[in-house]
Write a protein that binds this ligand. Sequence first.
Ligand code: DAT
Ligand code: MG
Length: 155
Amino acid sequence: MLLETALERTFLAIKPDGVQRGLVGEIIRRFETKGFTLVGLKFMSVSKELAEQHYDVHRERPFFAGLVEFITSGPVVAMVWEGEGVVASARKIIGATNPLTSEPGTIRGDFGINIGRNLIHGSDAIETAQREIKLWFKDDELVSWTPHLTPWLKE
Ligand code: DAT
Ligand code: MG
């Protein structure tokens, strides 16, 4: 149904540290069991060009070069998730930027200790999500579907 495509979407990426540490399943599980819907998923290497475009807002920051080097240093899992309020909710599930101060129970709070190794990226606003989804995914890589669990998740 057309209704499904109107739902909010966010872009998430498990960074090279999450992949190297064997946390792909654990991280995906958290969004899946929460009740959000996976609409795009790919395991990929990130080019320098894509990394620089993705982190464009941080171009002038001192950590920009290191950030680009890190995200291009190994494979990542790029994803698009859908659901009501998914952008803000995913940011909560991910936790604060610095894992040392992220709340326990969040992904970064549970698995990280360093801001440069914070495991996962999540779009920070609806407009950012739209930009990032377009940057990382072609239209035909996204799948609109109706999960049959919906009546058990929503009144
Ligand atoms: P977030 O990933 O929580 O949206 P952000 O957009 O402010 O955080 O920064 C993007 C990434 O850059 C972040 O995940 C880790 C890195 N980063 C941010 N601030 C940093 C800092 N002060 N020193 C080193 N890396 C930093
Ligand atoms: Mg950010």
